[in-house]
Design a protein around this ligand. Structure first.
Ligand code: GLN
Length: 475
């Protein structure tokens, strides 16, 4: 599936010479959305309002006053607030809830003349790896409609892959940008924790969540990052400096390959072969590639699930049937309102996680689970930093396989949780990571390679991604 435009610079070039106007571009995407409505990626399309916005930005382009993102048509994951628009985290419990303010990241895109085309489905409260757990029903993978697009930002990835918008925002708590990017042949960037304000992102696990872009081009992903990054009075965890896009000299890289990821059971043979082929090519290009030990791979997913469910149980307590969205029709009295509204409003997976999180935080089990997992998180972070003290980047396959068939893992939460095996490390440690397309299986399904770099060194990540991509394009 070749998109009409695969980067913002291509769009801006055409807009600049008048080969297309912004209203025409918006109509192009609206037509595509209509034609692909069976994919179920968009929950809502802001058809009327964007037509007039496109006229306004078009005027600005003609008078030379347009912002840096003029021409960018963007979809939003349904957990990002956009004032005056409904946001539900794809959950019944937020049915009909309208945002009272706009997320800082979205506000910054709008300030540079981006156009927000609509709201994209996701797994309920961003919990999931397949986008089968949305109250709006499953999203289909445009490359093979029998398969899942990945999750939780499955609507975002499907929309970009199917050319329904140029870029889509997602959020990544354990891989929700990178895994769907891997499954749809797109680029997905999770910035360093603390790069982009989380203000206006419906929280899942606050010490893990980051907003990021899904795009066709590597350069675009970092361009959007440079616009969205930087301090914000509403998020106290942000780094004091913004991010400025700088091209680094393409020096030979010191690359660490996590031995325990690449030589583990469960890694698909075709994915493994493509990955090892890439490492060989990188060596031939003069890069230094070495396998390093990371013996705590099996601890990654359990640690992630103890800590994120704990944070989720606390974050989601605000959805009580009183403050927001859904209230049970049979609710009577305060306790009963909480109980009935939460029982009816949350889906099965969200309830499972709230209960798990409440359990690991309960007084009898806090030390055994929650505080122990915090200590393991620190070990994971230290070990990752230790490797990055000697290497520029760490690479692994993004996912152990390509997209799976719908329904295949929905009855088995553990199999679904293991989807995150290679991606959760970056969220546990806070490091930035990107997934770029690595190859395709014989059945045509794409899969990605993940690159992870030192915290707040996204320019190094950009440079490495470009170098790997150049290597991949050569053959
Ligand atoms: N698949 C992971 C989970 O279910 C990651 C989700 C995410 O990054 N939001 O928690």
């Amino acid at each position: 599936m070749t998109p009409r435009y695969s980067s913002l610079s291509e769009v801006q070039k055409d807009l600049g010479v008048g080969a297309i106007t912004l209203p025409e571009l918006v109509s192009y995407y609206l037509d595509n959305i209509e034609r692909s409505s069976h994919l179920n990626a968009f929950i809502e399309v802001y058809k009327d309002e964007i037509k007039s916005q496109a006229e306004i930005v078009q005027q600005k382009i003609q008078s030379g006053k347009a912002g840096k993102l003029a021409g960018a048509v963007i979809g939003l994951k349904d957990n990002l607030c956009y004032k005056g628009h409904v946001v539900t985290a794809s959950s019944k419990i937020l049915a009909g809830f309208e945002s009272l303010y706009t997320a800082t990241a979205v506000e910054r895109l709008l300030a540079e003349d981006a156009i927000i085309i609509g709201r994209l489905s996701c797994d309920e409260f961003a919990m999931g790896s397949s986008n089968e757990k949305s109250v709006y029903g499953p999203v289909l993978n445009p490359i093979n409609e029998k398969c899942v697009p990945g999750g939780s930002s499955g609507g975002s990835a499907a929309a970009v892959a199917a050319d329904l918008c140029l870029m889509a925002l997602g959020s990544d708590t354990g891989g929700s940008i990178r895994q769907p990017a891997s499954y749809t042949g797109t680029v997905g960037l999770k910035p360093t924790y603390g790069r982009i304000s989380r203000h206006g992102l419906i929280a899942y696990a606050s010490s893990f969540d980051q907003i990021g872009p899904i795009t066709h081009s590597i350069e675009d992903a970092f361009l959007y990052l440079s616009i969205m990054a930087g301090p914000d009075q509403y998020d106290g965890t942000l780094f004091h400096q913004g991010y400025s896009l700088e091209n680094q000299d393409a020096k030979p890289l010191l690359i660490a390959v996590l031995k325990d990821c690449v030589h583990r059971e469960g890694l698909n043979e075709e994915v493994k072969a493509a990955f090892l082929n890439l490492t060989e090519k990188l060596k031939k290009e003069g890069h230094h590639v070495e396998e390093v030990n990371f013996p705590i791979v099996d601890q990654l997913v359990p640690t992630y699930y103890v800590l994120t469910t704990a944070e989720a149980s606390s974050n989601l307590s605000r959805f009580d049937g009183i403050h927001y969205g859904y209230r049970s029709k049979e609710a009577k009295g305060i306790d009963n309102t909480y109980k009935k509204s939460r029982t009816e409003g949350f889906g099965e997976e969200v309830k499972r996680r709230i209960m798990l999180g409440t359990f690991v935080l309960s007084s009898g089990y806090y030390d055994a689970y929650y505080s122990r997992a915090q200590k393991v998180r620190r070990v994971i972070q230290n070990k990752t930093n230790e490797i990055l003290a000697h290497y520029d980047v760490i690479i692994t396959p993004t996912t152990a396989d390509a997209a799976f068939e719908m329904g295949k893992k929905s009855a088995d939460p553990i199999a679904m949780y293991l989807e995150d095996i290679f991606t959760v490390q970056a969220n546990l440690s806070g490091h930035p990571a990107i997934s770029i397309p690595l190859g395709k299986k014989q059945n045509g399904m794409p899969f990605g390679v993940q690159i992870l770099s030192r915290a707040f060194e996204e320019n190094q990540l950009l440079c490495a991604a470009q170098q790997l991509n150049a290597c991949l394009k050569e053959s």
